[in-house]
Write a protein that binds this ligand. Structure first.
Ligand code: NI
Length: 262
């Protein structure tokens, strides 16, 4: 699967809010957005931006002061910069918008429906690497999921690290991360469980800014918390056992190949 491929129906299925454009791609300083419309927005204009409307479903009337332009499914219109307009969709419509990143939702007019911060669906965060380079790294990263469950333990004295995933000591903070089967090897005062370990064998360790940010952002988008451990050759991410399925789905949509649990 090429994760750069974008399925419009899939993206439209991922939000319900009306009059709330969601960004699905960026190119040449422009954004491609999807929006669901019902009723009317408000009269406004964009002083410096032309705004493209492509109707994917339903019908949309763009009102101008001197005329109406009615668009059916499969039809599009470019509203020129500086021209006052008011999108109206009494029966509902799904539209694709294409406009410069600077375009404000309702121009300089602010109404209750105005969205000031437009969101991405399936976000690829801004990184020093281009998103294409990052995709290349993601696609050549081998990912695997350990079958055993893991727990965080707070300990007074660190055990022999040979038997554990991680033994960390910084002042009073002594933490062990270990497999379920090894928990009783250490005398702990607190436990946080259960977690699953996802291993990323990245081709360029230490050299891929944005790699862990992309993972963290994809999981955050699904409301999933993650814990990160990096070693010499690999990056590891721990997620809650109950969230593993959703986490792997989010990673898959980022472009990782999902293996069977090992
Ligand atoms: Ni507009």
């Amino acid at each position: 699967m090429d994760s750069r491929k974008i399925n419009l129906a899939d993206k439209l299925g991922r939000f319900q809010e009306e009059w709330t454009p969601h960004i699905i791609a960026a190119l040449n300083g422009q954004h491609v957005k999807l929006a669901k419309l019902k009723g009317e927005l408000t009269w406004h204009s964009h002083a410096d931006e032309d705004e493209l409307f492509l109707v994917l479903d339903g019908s949309l009337t763009i009102q101008f002061r001197d005329r109406d332009v009615r668009l059916e499914k499969g039809e599009m219109f470019v509203v020129p910069r500086g021209v006052e307009h008011n999108p109206v969709a009494p029966y509902g419509a799904s539209v694709l918008l294409f406009e410069p990143q600077s375009t404000k939702h309702t121009g300089d007019v602010v109404v209750q429906r105005t969205v000031t911060r437009q969101k991405w669906i399936g976000t690829m965060p801004t990184t020093p690497l281009s998103s294409i380079d990052l995709h290349r790294v993601i696609r050549s990263t081998h990912m695997c999921i350990a079958s055993e469950r893991f727990a965080y333990l707070r300990v007074k004295r660190l055990p022999d690290p040979v038997d554990h995933l991680m033994c960390f000591s910084c002042g009073d903070d002594k933490t062990v991360v270990t497999r379920e089967s090894r928990i009783h090897d250490s005398d702990h005062s607190a436990i946080e469980a259960w977690f699953r370990l996802i291993e990323f064998r990245i081709p360029t360790p230490f050299e891929t800014p944005g790699f862990l940010a992309a993972i963290a952002s994809a999981l955050a988008g699904e409301g999933i918390n993650l814990l990160i451990i990096s070693t010499f050759p690999h990056d590891y991410v721990l997620v809650r056992d109950r969230e593993l399925k959703r986490a792997t789905a989010a990673l898959q949509s980022l472009g990782f190949q999902i293996p069977n649990p090992t």
